[in-house]
Design a protein around this ligand. Structure first.
Ligand code: S3P
Length: 444
């Protein structure tokens, strides 16, 4: 019996990738928005629904944590029915909350827990234990939170504290998770909080606060966001299709032969579709049909056809907007003619794996010439078809596993991806999509 989810090794055996594929896909909701629909959505007291909630491991982690805080959540397929006591009624003595693999959960919840003065410990898995937490600890301490991390890593201990003080804080790293943590703590604090970004990061937190009715002001001239405690109301959410999961399907279509693929009702937030902008610069034939706005976010259909691609320069200021797509962009670059240079990749080292190392090791495994010079990944690609048996490490990183799966579109041989089960973190049923593009045979 084949068992897709949870298998430790996935062996993809392909005599030849399929060609002439014409498919239309609908994806589960965007992971970043889903976390926020649960965490921010539950701040006011009341009942609401979340439609198209992604049942991936990260979002289910947030769901379990919110449940421990006292939020009642009933799941019916991909719809959640949420009943929240509001942040004033959250359980302040929660003990330990396990954030498992999820950076978004630990960082956003830290804002909530500090803001309500909870007694709690946040823990996580071995990957999360290696990710930096001083980036949230420092501003939260400035606001008066009573927290202590393990020398900048989890576990983070939260102790009872007085109501936080608002701050003005310039982000030392371009991180939407850190920005969101401070905005949430700021919303729960006594006076105004302003966060200044040198480089813009995804703005779902700002949009959702606005959607709920909060006093939040985004100043695009000074790249700052100000928030203060205000009355907010429970509202329903529809979560648009996950653009970061769509990225892998788009890659398969582009690298394939004569494929034509449409992704329906995908998130089209400006800060999340720079991947598409870059692919177009590389020669990709992609078109977008806008379908409107739902809970403050643009959605639409993305259509892709197989294209001849060329290497490009990717500048540092765009990195936060493509941070999750860099692994798959690296794979596409490997099969594009010419050199692609990705500048300013430092933050990639602090993801679910050190993605700079994971990308380079796996690209070299294909035989692609690539290196790192200072803060730049340089990939010398060529538009070729290979015929090799290749075994890739996922490094237990969902986005690395799925990015290198796309190599199958250019390989007549067999690909093995170790520890495929980590893809549960964002895209549990990815296999059902990938097997439209190539035959996935033996699963061990
Ligand atoms: C996320 C922000 C990004 C991204 C992560 C999700 C979010 O992290 O890599 O997958 O939901 O805010 P950073 O903001 O820390 O770069």
């Amino acid at each position: 019996m084949k068992k897709w989810v949870g298998d430790s090794v996935l062996r993809v055996k392909i005599s030849r990738p399929k060609s002439n594929i014409e498919e239309s896909f609908t994806l589960y909701g965007d992971k970043s928005i889903a976390h926020r629909a649960l965490i921010l959505g539950a701040l006011p007291k009341g009942k609401y629904k979340i439609i198209n909630f992604p049942l991936n491991r990260d979002c289910m982690t947030t769901l379990k944590c919110m449940n421990k805080l006292g939020v009642i959540i009933r799941q019916e397929n991909s719809t959640l029915y949420v009943s929240s006591p509001g942040y004033e009624g959250f359980n302040k003595n929660v003990g330990t909350l396990d954030c498992e693999n999820s950076g978004t959960t630990v960082r956003l919840l830290s804002g909530v827990l500090s803001g309500i003065g909870a007694e709690c410990t946040l823990i996580g898995d071995s990957s999360l234990s290696k990710r930096p937490m001083s980036r949230i600890e420092i501003p939260l301490l400035k606001m008066g939170a009573n927290i202590e991390s393990n020398n900048g890593y989890i576990p983070i201990n939260f102790k009872e504290c007085a109501v936080l003080e608002g701050i003005t804080y310039e982000l030392p790293v371009a991180s939407a998770q850190v920005k969101s943590c401070i905005l949430i703590a700021g919303f729960l604090s006594d006076n105004n909080t302003t966060v200044i970004e040198k480089v813009s990061t995804r703005d779902h937190t700002e949009r959702i606060f606005k959607y709920l009715g909060a006093d939040i002001f985004v100043n695009s001239n000074s790249n700052s966001i100000s928030i203060s405690r205000s009355k907010i109301m429970s509202k329903d959410f529809y979560i648009p299709g996950d653009i970061s999961s769509a990225a892998f399907i788009i890659a398969c279509a582009l690298l394939g032969e004569n494929c034509k693929v449409t992704l329906k009702n995908v998130l089209l937030n400006d800060g999340r579709i720079k991947y598409i902008t870059l692919l177009k610069k590389m020669g990709a034939l992609i078109s977008i049909k806008e379908n409107g706005i739902v809970n403050g976010e643009n959605i639409g259909d993305i259509s892709v056809v197989s294209s001849k691609m060329y290497g490009i320069e990717i500048e540092e200021d765009i990195i936060p907007s493509i941070i999750d797509e860099i692994p798959v962009l690296a794979v596409i670059s490997a099969f594009s003619n010419g050199t692609t240079s990705i500048h300013g990749i430092e933050e990639l080292k602090y993801k679910e794996s050190n993605r700079v190392e994971s990308i380079i090791k796996n690209l070299r495994n294909i035989g692609i010439e690539c290196n790192i010079v200072n803060d730049t990944i340089i990939i010398h690609g060529n538009d070729s078809i290979i015929d090799k048996t290749i075994s890739f490490e996922s490094f237990n990183d969902h986005r690395i596993a799925m990015a290198f799966m796309a190599v199958a579109m250019r390989n007549k041989g067999c690909i093995i991806i170790n520890n495929w089960e980590c893809t549960d973190v964002s895209f549990p049923n990815a296999i059902c999509y990938f097997n439209k593009f190539f035959d996935i045979r033996n699963v061990y």
